[in-house]
Design a protein. Sequence first.
Length: 108
Amino acid sequence: MKLTHSMRAASILLLVPIATGAFAQAGKPSAAVVKTGNGMGAITAVDAKDGTVTIKHGPIPSIGWPAMTMTFKAAPPSLLKGLRSGQRVAFTARAKGMAAEVTAISPH
């Protein structure tokens, strides 16, 4: 009987470092996942100074976005050359956390 209690105690002591490591990992933030998707929409504003474009777009399922109007950073800003408000466009967006950027855009 005494041996059984000793074995249980040893088992518990062996599991403590494993559990402690698991709890330590649980508190660490994970790296933001980068998602990309293609969309269609209409430009509502272009701000060349800030390097942004605002697009009223349809749903982009691959990123999990419903239809909405949002402002994107242009990557690179030269993508904005020749774009104007009211223009219909096809674009590729990249989302990382709450940040969104357009990586390709063309009139459609």
